[in-house]
Design a binder for this molecule. Structure first.
Ligand SMILES: Nc1ncnc2c1ncn2[C@@H]1O[C@H](COP(=O)(O)OP(=O)(O)OP(=O)(O)O)[C@@H](O)[C@H]1O
Ligand SMILES: [Mg+2]
Length: 240
């Protein structure tokens, strides 16, 4: 499996707090990577840095298939994304990345299928076509029949599955999830994670997920443990 996204020597400071103290991480195609660690250890900072939401103070974030800002890629077919201008960076995030957060990412006034279609419409896909493409994600995520429901008419687990569909709709290279089941009970959480990992893998995207829950992390191919802004341990799971 080849690498699609990598961070090398990542450092991030907030005043006197060092959130990332020099982290190296490579995300491979179709790979799922869980990030675990105590509260405040730097998990969300690492995820947001890899996703181009937070700019590191040191180190580099490299994405395959991007050209470097200076026109000189660090390696053939790779580009540094941590120094891109805000407009290019947000366009890149919309096109190449998908995001699933704990809750509250769906627009309450839109039916589920339009929530899923929204990222496509932002990319210029006409509404009808976008909704048609959005609907294709409902069956694989066990959401058939719920296309017309508004978020307020969905259970927590259903809403998170709609959020997963929304993240996958643009067919991103990497899906980022920060505590995606943090607001769900254990059984619902297990089902959502099973679908998140399997449907993301089937789509061809890689998954980077922050979680506190070892049962959730066990669904991923690899687990990275963070402590005080450093990687304390890297483990490899074999997922059936
Ligand atoms: N915007 C910010 N301003 C100041 N300090 C911050 C900011 N964001 C994070 N930090 C600090 O950086 C450190 C790492 O935070 P981060 O959110 O990455 O931790 P985390 O591992 O995701 O924790 P949790 O499990 O509680 O979500 C913490 O000490 C936190 O207080
Ligand atoms: Mg966090």
């Amino acid at each position: 499996m080849s690498t699609v996204l990598a961070g090398y020597g990542l450092v991030k400071k907030y005043g006197s707090t060092t959130a990332l103290a020099g982290v190296d991480v490579e995300v491979r195609e179709r790979d799922s990577l869980a990030i675990m660690g105590p509260s405040g250890s730097g998990k969300s900072t690492l995820l947001h840095t890899l996703a181009g939401i937070i700019r590191p103070d040191g180190g580099q974030v490299l994405l395959r298939g991007e050209r470097s800002e200076m026109g000189v890629p660090p390696a053939e077919g790779w580009g540094r994304i941590d120094r891109l201008g805000e407009n290019r960076l947000s366009a890149l995030r919309r096109k190449r990345f998908g995001f699933v957060f704990q809750f509250g990412q769906l627009l309450p006034e839109l039916p589920a299928e339009e929530n899923v279609a929204l990222p496509l419409m932002l990319e210029g896909v006409p509404r009808g076509k976008a909704v048609e493409r959005a609907r294709r994600w409902f069956a694989p995520l066990g959401l058939e029949g719920l296309e017309g429901r508004r978020p307020g008419q969905l259970s927590g687990g259903q809403a998170q599955r709609v959020a997963i569909a929304r993240a996958l709709a643009v067919e991103p290279d990497v899906v980022f999830a920060d505590e995606p089941t943090g607001a769900l009970d254990q059984n619902t959480s297990a089902e959502v994670i099973r679908l998140l990992t399997s449907v993301t893998r089937a789509s061809g995207a890689a998954l980077v997920m922050v979680t506190h829950d070892a049962d959730v992390a066990a669904h991923c191919d690899r687990v990275l443990h963070v402590r005080d802004g450093r990687i304390s341990n890297y483990s490899q799971y074999t997922v059936a």
